[in-house]
Design a protein around this ligand. Structure first.
Ligand code: HAM
Length: 407
């Protein structure tokens, strides 16, 4: 017996309905915001993730599914979607074309983490990336979209917001933080490593001792340059205008290195220890850093598995036709009818002869609105017995009129 790998699971039965309901409605909302669908490969050159997500991140440092392919290339399964989309944006010369381009995507991501509730090694994200639009209004727009998605599914969250500054204010802040960190004894091993690679990542260390040491650490939000400060207050004003509640979290630094300015996370206490439902922010330097023409960008990704349990689905509605066959001699006849009907309506057909009571039971289980019975009489008379399972009424219909019937 071969099982799925640890931390990887099938999405089946009722959960698969939730998955489809979730992604289809996210896609609908994203389309309303002017975003279009993009799909990029799941496998990319490892260098792409090293340069974008960053070598100091846990994702690249510890969690990548990285291997050498048969051609000797160093490749990795994507741990997130942004890097591949930026690569595609540059490769397809959208950076040179100018203007604003907005994309949405969904699919599997891979991180070799320790699995627990809400934390998988293969998980799915729905995300959006907007390129070419600067300023607080675009940040606010993606946050409004994310907030609309979460409230559509009835998911209660808290928005945490921070600004990670820009090349004008970040270097002097970083120097100040490193000086502070140099004065602290007993930082954990991870923090010692982060201190030299990307010191601000120390701020969100989960180790309790580090937490205590960092109580009086300098915060970037107090050191923002005038441009970052005014963009951040503009963003806050737009969010307030639209009644989006938020909390400023000056220690929110995100686990990926490409962010600057706006960073945000939606957290929920309904999903266990893994409280982050979605996260995102601005990454104005990444396109240029990966070899493209400097282009501002902002986006977010939602962790789908973390939400599936919380999604309130609408009550299933009865639809489609269930074809029940009364005797195996009429399977071919039933198949012909099924093929014809499928041009206009959803059809459930079973080639497994049953009595009428059993057929009705199965039709009910399939949530079909109609049930038809195929047997000797139907084939002879070319008249089909039809039951409306919603209104509990019976009728008869000519075989030739099946195609035009208002199902
Ligand atoms: P992230 O915060 O690393 O951001 O991931 C986004 C969401 O993916 C998380 O909030 C969480 O819900 C989900 N997630 C992460 N790891 C796991 C896991 N192991 N198991 C289950 N769910 C998980 C990004 O990935 C960025 N690319 C977001 C972004 C887009 N920023 C700008 N554009």
């Amino acid at each position: 017996m071969i099982n799925a790998l640890r931390g990887m699971k099938d999405i089946t039965f009722e959960e698969s309905q939730r998955y489809l309901y979730f992604t289809q409605n996210c896609a609908r909302i994203a389309e309303n915001y002017g975003f279009s669908y993009i799909a990029t490969p799941i496998l990319e050159e490892t260098a792409l993730f090293k340069r974008s997500v960053g070598e100091s991140s846990d994702i690249v440092g510890k969690e990548m599914y990285q291997f050498t392919d048969k051609g000797g290339n160093d490749v990795s399964l994507r741990p997130e979607g942004t890097a591949g989309i930026v690569r595609s944006f540059i490769q397809n010369k959208f950076d040179k074309a100018g203007g604003v381009k907005r994309f949405y995507y969904y699919g599997p991501m891979f991180r070799y983490e320790r699995p627990q509730k809400g934390r998988l090694r293969q998980f799915h994200q729905f995300g959006v990336e907007s390129f070419g639009a600067n300023g607080a209004r675009e940040d606010a727009t993606v946050i409004l979209m994310l907030s609309e998605i979460l409230s559509f599914f009835g998911i209660k969250t808290v928005l945490k917001l921070n600004s990670l500054g820009c090349p004008k204010c970040m270097p002097s802040y970083r120097a100040k933080l490193v000086k502070f960190l140099d004065g602290q004894e007993g930082l954990c091993e991870d923090c010692e490593r982060r201190k030299s690679l990307n010191p601000i990542r120390v701020l969100d260390c989960k180790n309790e001792h580090c937490h205590t040491l960092l109580k009086d650490a300098p915060l970037l939000i107090d050191e923002l340059c005038s441009e970052c400060k005014s963009e951040f207050s503009e963003l806050r004003a737009v969010l307030t205008d639209f009644n989006i509640n938020y909390e400023i979290d000056p220690k929110l630094v995100r686990g990926l290195d490409y962010y600057s300015k706006t960073a945000f996370e939606f957290v929920s206490d309904e999903i266990g220890a893994q409280s982050s439902v979605a996260g995102g922010g601005r990454y104005d330097r990444l396109v240029e850093f990966l070899g493209g023409k400097s282009t501002p960008a902002v986006g977010f990704a939602i962790g789908i598995e973390r939400l599936l349990e919380l999604i309130k689905m609408p009550a299933p509605k009865k639809e489609g036709v269930y074809i029940g066959v009364l005797d195996e001699r009429f399977y071919d006849f039933a198949l012909k009818i099924a093929v014809e009907l499928r041009r206009s309506v959803k059809v459930f057909a079973e080639y497994d002869a049953k009595n009428p009571a059993k057929i009705l039971k199965n039709a009910d289980k399939a949530d079909a609105k109609w049930c038809i019975f195929i047997g000797e009489d139907e084939q002879k008379t070319k008249k089909i017995r039809l039951k409306n399972l919603e209104e509990k009424t019976d009728s008869e219909i000519d075989l030739t009129s099946l195609g035009e019937f208002q199902w």
